[in-house]
Design a protein around this ligand. Structure first.
Ligand SMILES: NC(=O)c1ccc[n+]([C@@H]2O[C@H](COP(=O)([O-])OP(=O)(O)OC[C@H]3O[C@@H](n4cnc5c(N)ncnc54)[C@H](OP(=O)(O)O)[C@@H]3O)[C@@H](O)[C@H]2O)c1
Length: 355
């Protein structure tokens, strides 16, 4: 292991997202999982004993031996924290860590809509990172919080970004089919979901209806002016292990044919691709032909970091319709946080924070 890797703390390391972070950091070229935090239930035990490891890949041996610590903001020694905590826990802990001067890169929803916190997809809104300066002024230190979006929002925002730039999105109807791992560990009881679809996920529709406008919004001085379109979202839990599918019907100000939409989606790229960051997919959006995308077939494209878009058709009501798929715990969570960390490092925003 390289001595020069930047030590990071994983908060919520035993959960569905935390496990993905542990797996991704085992051989990461820039960051090293130095500290693992979870609840009192897990604390004091080696990670391999504390965790109910749910991933197909083997638990990284060295990290299996790390003793899990009970979460306490004063105990975190690393200068970078990757947070996979529930929102209620994340709210005070992430703020306390940023106030102590740490870079907090979070999956949780607690601070996503704070006025000076970037809600970042670096392919789409790298300029929003200027908000970090506002946070530093407010707290009087180098610490900051950067968040990645809700998992389904990633599919929606990725599909809408190139269309909004080219044709100006006005209205969207979104229907999601969301995987079991989105509910964390242990997740949805088998008896509730076997042979079933549940048309409710707490808080999810609200996030899908509000986060994309912020991500696609423009920086106006010291805040983000939300993009001016509306989304109506219905969400469903389905018996799929990983991969959230979003079915979108889209109205644009400039009419777009399915072929025109396909072309702007297919050619979409951003800074992570130009910088060749370790977690960046070569193409953030894969445009597929036929009855695709499908979770079982397409969720692991580019190691789970590409969003797949397909079934692009004319919609007789709103003009355009398509299906978008995201691997919810990779591009929708752990992989998104790690890409944000890599991008912040490449842009020099961890300078001063890490020695
Ligand atoms: N799952 C997804 O697809 C997904 C996608 C995007 C964003 N997110 C967000 O990411 C976050 C984590 O989600 P998840 O699905 O990984 O949840 P999860 O599987 O329920 O994991 C929760 C983690 O928090 C820890 N924890 C629970 N209570 C704690 C306490 N009192 N003090 C310290 N740690 C505590 C758990 O540790 P123990 O094992 O010790 O209980 C576990 O490590 C949430 O904010 C979620 O909304 C999830």
């Amino acid at each position: 292991m390289s001595r020069s890797r930047i030590p990071v703390a994983i908060l919520g390391a035993t959960g569905a997202v935390g496990q993905r972070l542990v797996a991704a950091l085992a051989d990461h070229p820039l960051f090293e999982a130095a500290e693992l935090f979870a609840s009192d239930r897990s604390a004091g035990r080696p990670y391999a004993e504390a965790v109910d490891w749910r991933l197909a890949e083997e638990l990284p041996e060295r990290l299996g031996e790390v003793i899990v610590q009970a979460l306490d903001s004063a105990r975190v020694r690393s200068r970078v924290a990757l947070s996979a905590l529930s929102a209620d826990l994340a709210l005070p802990i992430e703020e306390a860590l940023a106030a102590r001067g740490l870079a907090v890169i979070s999956n949780a929803s607690a601070h996503r809509m704070d006025r000076d916190v970037p809600l970042l997809i670096p392919e789409i809104n790298p300029a929003h990172v200027a908000l970090i300066e506002e946070q530093r002024r407010r707290r009087g230190g180098l610490g900051f919080i950067v968040t990645n979006p809700n998992c389904s929002t990633v599919a929606v925002a990725m599909a809408l970004a190139p269309l909004h730039r080219a044709f100006e999105v006005r209205r969207v109807v979104a229907v999601t089919l969301q995987a079991l791992s989105g509910a964390g560990i242990p997740g949805v009881p088998a008896l509730a979901i076997a042979d079933n679809v549940i048309p409710f996920i707490a808080g999810e529709a609200d996030k899908i209806e509000s986060e994309p406008q912020r991500i696609l919004g423009s920086l106006a001085g010291n805040h983000v002016r939300d993009a001016d379109f509306t989304i109506s979202a219905r969400v469903h839990r389905v018996p799929v292990s990983d991969g959230h599918l979003a079915s979108l019907s889209i109205e644009t100000a400039v009419p777009a044919t399915p072929d025109e939409a396909r072309e702007v989606l297919r050619t979409f790229r951003g800074e992570p691709q130009d910088m060749e960051l370790p977690s960046a997919p070569r193409w953030p959006i894969h445009v597929l032909d036929g009855p695709r995308p499908q979770p079982a077939l397409d969720r692991m494209r580019e190691a789970g970091m590409a969003v797949s878009v397909g079934s692009i058709e004319r919609c007789p009501v709103l003009g355009l319709r398509l299906e978008a798929l995201v691997h919810n715990t990779i591009r929708g969570a752990a992989g998104a946080a790690l890409l944000n960390a890599e991008w912040l490092h490449a842009r020099g925003l961890l300078e001063g924070v890490v020695p």
